[in-house]
Write a protein that binds this ligand. Structure first.
Ligand code: SF4
Length: 336
């Protein structure tokens, strides 16, 4: 049995597991699930193909002796998966830090139950406060108020620190940068600006649409007094800045201008049980077949250790014309 912490070919640990529990979503964010590719005719995974909550628990328990410390429940939109508090209580009982990434439009109702089940933290995707820009970016008629209500419910339920992730696209939502910081300053909610990424193969990404973090920081400094804060861990993806008056923080995730593959400790599990070793992977390893062929925890652990120990992904560091043509799984399938 492989019972010690596993490292990959670049000496990186397996510490975080992002678990997609559905490939469906009630939004059609242009940079993730553009409607022209994820419309009425799109074939989503059949629900019978989803890992059950027991099978997800098996994977998490098999990863623990390998060094797993944190899981993040994602989608698509994870709150579309029924009975999510049941999964949260299983993962919490497994002794791993449990977080959720959601668009929060469905969070108001289950927030308390998720907190009671043991959920530690919530990250909300929110790219605009302006109703028109929100509608344009999410390509949905679900109002931004539903997202803001979800954030309030998460704060009330103690799912803190609540983080708000905003993907900045040139010519689309730069005008939302300062309003988002003004909105959440002093509330304990941290806004993080993410550089637009060439995830998957459907969002038509162009480098020119990326607003580099350095530009966002310069822009914010015209209005706010911000100073850098040291990261707690090298593997933390966000670079932290704080308001000099102590009224909160702003974060920056710069996968394009400042790639952080060297410290990447993240694996991703798709809803149908395929383990991916990079957000920009071209495919994954079928753990579902291993589980359904009767493998016990030890055998599953060994299989995952073998996959991880062969890992050498560092797409963002190698991003180029050559990598641009490679097949890449969709972000909505492996959960960002
Ligand atoms: S590109 Fe892949 S290896 Fe690099 S940080 Fe992102 S997920 Fe990790």
């Amino acid at each position: 049995m492989f019972d010690s912490v596993v490292v990959d070919n670049l000496g990186r640990h397996l510490r975080d597991l992002r678990i997609s529990v559905t490939d469906r979503c009630n939004f059609r964010c242009r940079y993730c699930m553009p409607r022209e590719r994820f419309g009425e005719e799109h074939t989503f995974l059949p629900r019978r193909a989803y890992l059950s909550f027991d099978e997800i628990e098996k994977v998490v328990l098999a990863c623990k002796p390998l060094g797993l410390e944190k899981v993040r429940i994602t989608g698509g939109e994870p709150l579309l998966r029924p009975d999510l508090p049941d999964l949260v209580s299983k993962l919490s009982a497994a002794g791993v830090e449990t977080a959720l990434t959601t668009n929060a439009s469905l969070l108001s109702d289950p927030a308390e139950r998720l907190a009671e089940a043991g959920l530690d933290r919530v990250t909300v995707s929110l790219d605009a406060l302006d109703p028109k820009t929100h509608a344009q970016m999410t390509d949905s008629n679900i109002p931004v108020e539903a997202v803001l209500d979800g954030i309030e419910a998460a704060v009330r339920a103690g799912l803190s620190p609540v983080k708000v992730n905003c993907v900045v696209q040139r010519g689309v939502n730069e005008g939302e940068i300062s309003p988002l910081v003004r909105k959440f300053r002093g509330t304990g909610v941290t806004v993080r600006f993410i550089e637009y990424m060439d995830v998957g193969r459907t969002n038509g990404w162009q480098l020119g649409q990326v607003v580099p973090t350095a530009d966002v920081i310069a822009y914010l400094k015209e209005e706010f007094e911000l100073e850098p804060v040291d990261s707690q861990r090298p593997s933390d993806v966000a670079r932290r800045w704080a308001h000099s008056d102590g009224s909160g923080e702003v974060g920056f995730i710069s996968s394009v201008s400042e790639p952080f593959c060297g410290d990447c400790v993240r694996a991703r599990l798709s809803a149908d049980g395929r383990l991916h070793t990079c957000l920009f992977a071209s495919g994954g390893h079928d753990l579902r077949a291993i589980i359904q062929n009767g493998a016990d925890g030890e055998a599953l652990s060994d299989a995952i250790a073998a996959i991880w120990s062969r890992r050498d992904d560092r797409y963002s560091e190698l991003r180029s014309e050559r990598t641009a043509v490679l097949p890449r799984v969709e972000m909505s399938y492996i959960g960002g």
